[in-house]
Write a protein of this length. Structure first.
Length: 149
């Protein structure tokens, strides 16, 4: 299966290039106001709530920054729309790879607000990619909106 889509399972011919079936795994226990990392050192953040867990494939993370992903998801109507908007943005700014985005809502979904730190950057990137109107307005014309009303 040279060069097939299943190389994530490991392909012995490509092992010397770093293709292995061993996933990169990070874990966190979200426990009330404390974030317990795998080394068991608590990091206390009073009043901390979690809105979502966002998982993206390398087809997205190679072109979209973590902060852009967070900003897109935070301002979406719902988790499904958030995932669609993340994927759509990555495609519009030139991701040549296949992409997957999964947004899992947590207790704080819809409650956590904050500034959109990357709005201007995303609009600039879209303009550079040939998009003539801002991303969130473009998607409002389609079946979903990437911005909360």
């Amino acid at each position: 299966m040279q060069g097939s889509g299943d190389i994530s399972l490991g392909d012995l011919q490509f092992k010397k290039f770093g293709v292995t079936p061993e996933p990169e795994v990070r874990s966190k226990l979200l426990n009330g106001t404390a974030v317990l990392y795998e080394d068991s050192i608590p990091n206390y953040a009073p009043g901390n709530e979690w809105s979502s867990a966002i998982l993206v494939s390398d087809g997205i993370s190679s072109t979209v920054s973590d902060q852009e992903v967070v900003d897109i998801a935070r301002h979406a109507q719902n988790p499904k729309t958030a995932a669609e908007c993340i994927l759509s943005f990555s495609q519009k700014v030139g991701s040549g790879d296949n992409g997957t985005a999964i947004v899992v809502p947590l207790k704080g979904w819809g409650k956590i607000t904050g500034p959109d730190k990357t709005k201007e950057l995303r609009e600039y990137r879209l303009k550079q990619a040939g998009e003539s109107i801002p991303f969130y307005r473009f998607n409002r014309l389609q079946t979903h909106s990437c911005r909360r009303k």
